[in-house]
Design a protein around this ligand. Structure first.
Ligand code: CU
Length: 305
């Protein structure tokens, strides 16, 4: 084996190893995603994973040869000669131009295909209106006698079409567990009475307003969070709402008014980072109901008498 072949084979073995380590590190420690809870989540996660693998590989093909060269090709003591000067390598230049072009086009086609799959309409989807405003969300169910609630309540495995608008500034509707996100625009800042909140017959059409639409199918019972993903003012951080994904029987009970949901933590405490509340919500079922968690215990004060 020539010396060059030996160097190339060591680098060739190190590149996939480093790719795997970097991929594992970024997908496990830096960008760990919440549990996937919608039918669309796996489509988005495939794209995320594809990008992570590519990023890890591009990191490895630059850094492995660099670190290997720095460590192995040291200048000998007393050696004053220059390294060979290399000009032009047509094959290499064509390769590093053409391969990235195909990669970018390939990822583009993949992205568009997946995006079309995510936004595709479903035959039996239910429509819910969403009003975003500084700093909360309200939900309206046009098919169910104008039922509104501070929480978004969905039925497991039933596709949803959200029609959304904002009362004031641009917000963004984002449920990390569902992997879907959509900007929500103001329609008419002059006349804020004209919105979904004004009634079930509200029709944005005469105002030439097209609501923003978003589709997804929740597939796991549980409690999730909507958070605003567009910085929209001082209380942007607390522009949260709960999403309850209920079984068909619980959903029907909720529609009939027989099933009370836990209060919105926005109303109970608006401090950010109070995760214990969300943990308690996650244990919530129609059978065991909801018990707000006890306040954190204070350490007893030692009597110094
Ligand atoms: Cu917002």
């Amino acid at each position: 084996m020539s010396k060059n072949a030996k160097h190339f084979s060591i680098v060739g073995i190190l590149i996939p190893i480093v790719t795997a380590i970097v991929y594992y590190t970024i997908s496990t420690f830096f960008f760990e995603l919440p549990e996937a809870a919608s039918a669309e989540a796996s489509i988005i996660d495939d794209l995320f994973n594809g990008h992570y693998i590519l990023i890890a590989f591009l990191f490895a093909i630059v850094v492995v040869p660099l670190v290997y060269s720095i460590s192995v090709f040291r200048q000998e003591e007393g050696d004053e000669t220059d390294a060979p000067h290399i000009h032009e390598n047509t094959t290499l230049e064509i390769a590093w131009t053409v391969l990235p072009i195909f990669l970018v086009i390939g990822f583009g086609i993949w992205g568009v295909t997946n995006y079309n799959a995510v936004i595709a309409s479903e035959p039996d989807e239910i429509t819910i209106y969403v009003q975003g405003y500084k700093w909360d969300w309200t939900f309206y169910y046009p098919d169910h006698d104008y039922k509104s609630d501070q929480a978004l309540v969905l039925q497991e495995d039933v596709p949803v079409l959200l029609e959304m608008q904002s009362s004031d500034v641009i917000h963004a509707f984002w449920v990390p567990g569902f992997r879907v996100k959509q900007d929500v625009y103001p329609y008419d800042t002059e006349n804020q009475a004209l919105n979904f909140a004004s009634g079930p017959d509200y029709d944005p059409e005469p105002y030439h307003f097209k609501p923003q639409v978003m589709r997804f199918t929740p597939v796991k019972e549980g409690v999730y969070r909507v958070r605003c993903a567009e910085i929209c003012g001082t209380s942007h951080y607390s522009m949260l709402a709960n999403v309850f994904v209920l079984s068909p029987s619980n959903y029907q009970a909720w529609l009939a008014g027989d099933y009370l949901l836990p209060p919105d933590p926005n109303l109970v405490n608006s401090q950010p980072g109070e995760g214990y509340y969300l943990d308690a919500l996650n244990d919530f079922t129609i059978e065991n109901g909801f018990t707000p968690p006890p306040p954190p215990e204070l350490a007893p004060v030692e009597d110094e008498g």
